[in-house]
Design a binder for this molecule. Sequence first.
Ligand SMILES: Nc1ncnc2c1ncn2[C@@H]1O[C@H](COP(=O)(O)OP(=O)(O)OP(=O)(O)O)[C@@H](O)[C@H]1O
Ligand SMILES: [Mg+2]
Length: 374
Amino acid sequence: MRKRLLMSDQTLFRNIDVFEIDYVPEFFNYRESQLDDLAYQIRPALEGGRALNAICRGLPGTGKTTSVLRIFAELEQTTKKILPVYVNCQTDRTKYMVYSRIYATVFGHTPARTGVSIKSVMDAIGGALQRQGKSLIVCLDDANLLHYNNMLGDVINTLLRLHQDYPGARAAVFATVSDMDLDLASDLSRWVTSPFRPSDIYFPPYDAEEIRGILRDRIRIGLYPGVFPAAILDRIVEQTMESGDVRVGLDQVKRAVLNAECAARTEVIEEDVTTAYEQSKHVHLAYTIRALSADERLLLRKIAELSKEQQPLISGAIYAGANSKPKGGYTAFFKRLRKFDALRLIDLIRVHAGGRTSEVVLRYEPEKVVQICG
Ligand SMILES: Nc1ncnc2c1ncn2[C@@H]1O[C@H](COP(=O)(O)OP(=O)(O)OP(=O)(O)O)[C@@H](O)[C@H]1O
Ligand SMILES: [Mg+2]
């Protein structure tokens, strides 16, 4: 008998959405203290003032976005005094796009596309806040992406100075960053007196027990009982710990169950998990690459191609081989390498102390990097 390729009549998933990346978890534990800290920042706004600014800092997959979205959802349900605006800097990468997003939340529709200046969008926002007496809190999620384009300071300071032109308009910024080495102060330094004095809220990586707890909750909701043996979960916890990104574990559970389904089994076995990991380990890589600009992606791809041919790979050789050189020459090029290093895509090893020649070691398989960079 021919093996059936699609078995729509049999599923081990009670609800497969539970394992999707954008699923909003019902259970959100282990982040009580960070949620308390965020609530503390908001309190002045509930009392008619402006919220305090905050930076949520932590490696990818440590619950920063989920925490802010939970707090924002609660605000929307409980008060009209505060207007929370969520800006995803992966999608909104220019000043105009960020302000348009805020405008859209304030007015319920995006600004007319043609002939509208940034200034007039800001004017409209400031005026509305003044009239409505609402306190604005803008979450710049993955704010580091604006930082790499040198726009972060501008965006933040414009928002925080709104009250100068619109007395009574109140705004605060919650920025999340996953780049632990990022020094926001340096971007803001050209503003002699920046009003941005944020509290730092740190999101440490989850430990093995916490990862196990998060995955167990999802398994309970998403799968039928008995599908996922506890011993198998231990393997996944272990492998998730390597990147520290919960997303790797969630993806691995989903793929392992799909593998079991494909083999027409009703219980996941070791082999399903092993095969799943080959794919799931790249989830972390894909997340990081998605955040790069087109030029950065091209450069990373070049590095991947060259590292198949040259060992050791030296920064100068990459620069010489690059098809298009950045405007700022070698300095701009080297800055990109430093960014890749900060994102844990490559290791940058200085050849001479103080010099700008470095050895570049790719941290992932070159083939996979080329594939994901497209
Ligand atoms: N404490 C938790 N309980 C349940 N699920 C969690 C928890 N923390 C994170 N997750 C899940 O892990 C995934 C990643 O979380 P989130 O997007 O909040 O991380 P992040 O810190 O914003 O990561 P990044 O820096 O990559 O944006 C999400 O699917 C989220 O639902
Ligand atoms: Mg996030």
